[in-house]
Design a protein around this ligand. Structure first.
Ligand code: SIN
Length: 333
């Protein structure tokens, strides 16, 4: 049977136009999905390909309203037997957050593959067309099933849990530094190295009810960036603004200065979830190393960077989980 892959477009540089191909200025999210498909005629060799426009924004303007619509559209489409996989085109800036959000909320073992581009569609050596071709090849591949949400960029297949953007402009921007790649894809030829180690998609406790009313209310969670002499009252500012949980992008192994530890500990004791993550791009944040999390009531993010830790905390809070249950989420997802 011919594979049917649906491409859901959300914008980003892959849909960006510069009009000055040798210079760096451009606007993301300009091109429609049908034009993107038409620029890669070889997509037809991979199966029946169709597109749908979900949004057309630079990914810095991605919202949870769009993400919930996207998840629910994916969950609807995946119920159809004739859909084999889905590609989501997306800006690279927040791609890892969307990939991780979908990893928790899509309820299907079929492949969901995000892709994008570092160069606009009309730039010299635009990377979008080959990324799109490779992403569709992975989405059409039965061997990509049950691997959670994937990201295909620059011939690499990344898992949603592990990948992170590491360079502001290079096409080799995404790395999976802690757990490594899921595989590679070269002009549509796939190779897989592993399955993701953490729970995801159809095995996630969040995905089965996600698109059924009543829709989950995602509470505000703020990220506070640690630095020398950080002001401890940033936490008070966030909570006064309505945040229900805080992620600290700590220095080193999720550290913060004594004044912030004291304030955060008081907030944790009165029920606020305080998650310690790290501003360092690789490595894990572990409990009870340089501070006593058991006494202070903190949660550690384990392998999740602050942006992804925020998403998991939002979902845990929306399920009204306790601090202990939320700590377990960080070891499972
Ligand atoms: C964006 O994230 O929308 C802009 C940057 C990019 O896609 O590379």
């Amino acid at each position: 049977m011919k594979s049917h892959v649906k491409i859901l477009a959300t914008g980003g540089t892959i849909a960006g136009i510069t009009r000055t191909p040798a210079r760096s200025g451009y606007h993301a999210g300009q091109m429609g999905i049908q034009d993107m498909i038409d620029t890669v005629p070889d997509l037809k060799s991979l199966g029946d390909i169709s597109g749908e426009q979900i949004a057309n924004v630079g990914s810095q303007d991605m919202t949870f309203e769009i993400l919930i619509r996207l998840t629910c559209r994916i969950n609807d489409l995946m119920k159809q037997d004739d859909i084999h996989g889905i590609v989501v085109t997306h800006g690279t800036d927040t791609m890892e957050e969307t990939a991780y959000f979908l990893n928790l909320s899509v309820n299907s073992p079929k492949p969901v593959v995000l892709t994008g581009a570092m160069r606009p569609a009309d730039a010299i050596s635009a990377d979008g067309p080959l990324n799109l071709f490779n992403a569709v090849a992975v989405a059409a591949d039965p061997n990509a099933r049950e691997r959670g949400v994937l990201v295909v960029m620059n011939d690499r297949i990344h898992g949603a849990h592990s990948l992170t953007k590491t360079n502001t402009t290079s096409v080799e921007t995404f790395l999976s530094p802690v757990n490594g790649l899921v595989g590679t894809v070269n002009y549509g030829k796939t190779a897989y190295f592993r399955f993701p180690f953490r729970r995801h998609t159809y095995l996630s406790e969040f995905s089965s009810r996600f698109c059924q009313p009543p829709h989950p209310l995602l509470p505000r969670v703020d990220i506070i960036y640690a630095c020398i002499d950080m002001p401890p009252d940033l936490i008070d500012f966030s909570l006064a603004g309505g945040a229900k949980g805080i992620v600290i992008a700590g220095d080193g192994n999720g550290n913060m200065n004594q004044a912030t530890i004291k304030n955060a500990g008081q907030k944790a004791a009165s029920g606020t979830c305080i998650v310690r993550s790290s501003r360092v791009p690789t490595g894990t944040v572990s409990r009870n190393v340089e501070m006593n999390d058991d006494t202070l009531g903190f949660i550690v993010s384990d392998e999740l960077n602050p942006a992804k830790a925020r998403i998991l905390l939002m979902l845990g809070l929306s399920n009204k989980y306790s601090q202990d249950q939320i700590q377990q989420l960080f070891y499972s997802y």
